[in-house]
Unconditional design. Structure first.
Length: 149
């Protein structure tokens, strides 16, 4: 299916994992984000999500669902981002157990930089693909994601 001599043969799962690892490494290779600001590419994506949802209530559970990651992983990421002053958790009047996630001004600045990095990454991922191929790839990846639930 993938051609002779490739290390994947017919192992689609390995190809997807390898590709995801390459994308993750690329996302985390930005010097400003990783070394100067000491945040990961995933943190940048969370900041972008919070900025895109500006004015709406966003909670930890929303992050878990959006990114398909565990509660403990999100909790750890948010705790680190809060310690760096990128976001804060605010109590909700109607339910003290809920904590609304709010970007700080520093978080907004980094989010803007993350937006540029995200666009460069998206451009690199889509390079050489037609719109039809991108649509097909998105549909197929969504089907695979549904299979994994």
């Amino acid at each position: 299916m993938f051609g002779k001599g490739l290390p994947f043969e017919d192992d689609l799962g390995l190809l997807i994992m390898r590709t995801a690892s390459m994308i993750r490494r690329r996302a985390e290779s930005n010097i400003y984000m990783s070394r100067v600001r000491m945040i990961t590419g995933a943190n940048g994506w969370i900041l972008r999500y919070l900025e895109e949802k500006d004015g709406q209530d966003v909670y930890q559970k929303d992050i878990e669902e959006k990114f398909g990651v565990t509660r403990s992983a999100v909790s750890k990421a948010l705790k680190g981002m809060e310690a760096k002053g990128l976001l804060r958790r605010e109590s909700v009047f109607s339910d003290a157990r809920l904590k609304r996630l709010v970007l700080t001004e520093d978080g907004r600045q980094i989010s803007r930089h993350a937006a540029e990095e995200k666009q460069e990454l998206e451009n690199r991922i889509k390079a050489g693909l037609t719109e039809d191929e991108i649509d097909t790839l998105q549909r197929l990846l969504m089907k695979i994601a549904d299979n994994m639930k």
